[in-house]
Design a protein. Sequence first.
Length: 376
Amino acid sequence: MDERDELLAWLTLLRAPGLGSAGLRALLQQAGSARAACADRRLRQRAGLAPAAQGWIDHPDAERLEADLAWLARPNHRLLRYDEADFPPQLEAIPQPPAALFVAGDPAALLGPQAAIVGARSASAQGLAIARDFARTLSRSGLTITSGMADGIDGAAHAAALESGGRTVAVVGTGPDLVYPRKHRELAGKIAEHGAIVSEFMPGTEARPDHFPRRNRLIAGLALGTLVVEAGLQSGSLITARLAAEAGREVFALPGSIHNPLAKGCHRLIRDGARLVETAAEIIEALAPAAQAQGAGLRARLDEASAAPAPALETRSQDPDYALLLAALGDAPASLDELAGRTGLAPAALSSMLLLLELEGEIAPAVNGRWQRLRH
């Protein structure tokens, strides 16, 4: 099957009005491929597709689909589909799991253990400082910082993770090609370079109020735990926290002054069962077992998806790029930027290679966003 034709068929189905993720997944299970689903009108009729969806699939807007393909053709852009081995398995446990994600950056950033940091857009200076401090410490422990790239707490957490040399994931409520708010254009570029920007919305999709609860469920689903720094009683961060709890993930909240309206949402979460935390170390300790379990599950998933068992280090080290990377690590911890300078490899490729070596137990995160080689 021609990969471009299958990709074009996926884009056609993703743009079909009213189909949705659940409908798309069900249709693909019956058809076997997106191309077959687009080609078989009777199958789509049996699946109960609405007339509007049928009409679009029969006569799609070719110019719009070509624009989608053009976005995907750019470096480090990808449509990550639910039936692919590196689709984040933790999203299967959330309500209405997405059928596909548009990713700008490194898709491997979605597979490692993540901690979400969310909070008020109009955060206080103290709240922003706390978010940055927690993000730096969590990032240096090896956790990827996930948030929604909104103004306030979100943006502060992303920026601090980047400053510490760690990885960060931004889940957005627009198409992957748009930046909202616009003031975060530079930040978005850095996130895509040292992590990933993720969206389930098609390129060109503008921000709408109903998009952000959908975005929040992805933030909650990707992360092992969600920290709410500041939030009013009507804050969207409370939606993220509720979705995290419903998915069986940890929820953490910072207490504040009873006179601060941005503390009231956190206090409600604590009353409802969220963990009251005062230091990032408490979060790291709480998430450690889940991070280990996620790593073991990911190793099993990759082994199952592979036609042969994962190669031993001796086999992998025969690959010139991996041999170069292992030699560059040497005996002292090194950052991603340092490794990129020593090896000449692209940061996105290095990130994926480091993840595989970490899963194999050959390297481990060190302090300050660095990696170190383990000696056996």
